[in-house]
Ligand binder design. Structure first.
Ligand SMILES: [Zn+2]
Ligand SMILES: [Zn+2]
Length: 350
């Protein structure tokens, strides 16, 4: 095998170079993953363009998977040649939060694609414990969706969505559309899928969301009021990170409703007086969620996500808008930052 590979390497904010680098060397518990697909996450835009990573140079990309092509000395032999998804979070496994299995809250974690090299590369070094074997009948590109799928699962589980409930999802990025799908899996009777982008709303409609609403052209709160007999919904999910949708989500909730927050704000948000008042009088619960879970007991979120892909209750392919080569990683990020053309999930295919 050659000693070098191609990768998109970040040297400074705005300075992402497609270049030849050394193939990473493996520790005894690592595997080498030949990346077949890596999703570009909304968080990669500020990471690559403005905020940067924790140190430079770093290879970004944290939504990825591929095929295991090499094993460290102590790794289980059966992993060789397997199709895998990669869990980008590497918890320290020694801090208090790790001791209680709350890896997403680890005080000293490593992360492939921000703190360490990630998936915008031909190969990535991954600890054995961070690969999840993907069954052969799951489509190849789905390996790039296990991360956002598990994030979405975490949000829905954290808010305890119940059978028969009415749910509204504000913001239909990958995580938003997956939250909408999980809500159905958990038995929600009505799922309002709301976005400003008409095309995303159209795709959501084609994916079976009869109550997909384009808030640029329709009055979402009026429609929802009518369809919930004036009561409002039981759960709202804010997956846009915007003040407008935060206020709308709160105002649309029934009394004692639950708002799950998952979208990351790009700037400070205004909470309107009436919204604040509604949280008080309506005794609204606002729940923050972060990252995903991957404890092996009682359920491994990534395994549950794989099962949902296998049985068809969650679909990923309708939201793939672009498949681009590794060389075009910077272009992909610019497409997302500049919003000149329609995009949904952009996959980098090294
Ligand atoms: Zn992400
Ligand atoms: Zn820890």
């Amino acid at each position: 095998m050659s000693e070098t590979m191609k990768a998109a390497v970040l040297y400074a904010p705005g300075d992402l170079r497609y270049e030849e680098v050394k193939i990473p060397e493996l520790g005894e518990n690592d595997v080498l993953v030949k990346v077949t697909a890596c999703g570009v996450c909304g968080s990669d835009i500020p990471r690559v363009l403005t905020k940067g990573t924790y140190h430079f140079p770093t290879i970004p990309g944290h939504e990825f998977g591929g095929v295991v092509t090499e094993l460290g000395e102590k790794v289980r032999k059966e992993l060789l040649g397997k199709k895998v998804a990669v869990i980008p979070l590497i918890p320290c496994r020694t801090c208090k939060m790790c001791e209680t299995g709350q890896f997403a809250q680890c005080e000293n974690y490593d992360f492939l694609g921000s703190r360490n090299d990630g998936g915008f590369a031909e190969y990535t070094r991954v600890p054995e414990d961070n690969v999840v074997i993907v069954p052969e009948d799951v489509e190849e590109d789905a390996v790039a969706f296990l991360e956002p799928l598990s994030v979405a699962l975490h949000v829905v589980q954290n808010c305890n969505v119940k059978y028969g409930s009415a749910v509204a999802v504000y913001g239909l990025g990958a995580i938003g559309i997956f939250i909408a799908q999980w809500a159905k899996v958990f038995g929600a009777k009505k799922v309002f899928a709301i976005d400003l982008d008409e095309k995303k709303v159209h795709i959501a409609g084609e994916m079976g969301f009869a109550d997909a609403i384009c808030s640029a052209t329709e009055d979402a709160s009026e429609i929802i009021k009518e369809k919930t007999n004036g009561l409002g919904f039981d759960y709202a999910f804010e997956a846009a990170g915007s003040g407008v949708t935060f206020n709308q989500a709160i105002m649309g909730l029934r009394s004692s409703g639950i708002l799950g927050l998952v979208g990351r704000p790009a700037k400070s948000l205004e909470i309107k007086e009436e919204t604040f008042e509604k949280i008080l009088r309506g005794q609204i619960t606002v729940k923050g969620t972060w990252s995903f879970e991957f404890v092996s007991f009682p359920h491994h979120a990534w395994e549950l996500s794989l099962q949902a892909l296998q049985n068809g209750s969650i679909k990923t392919s309708p939201i793939i808008s672009h498949r681009m080569s590794l060389e075009k990683t910077y272009e992909a990020i610019r497409i997302m930052a500049e919003r000149q053309e329609f995009f949904y999930k952009i996959l980098i295919k090294p």
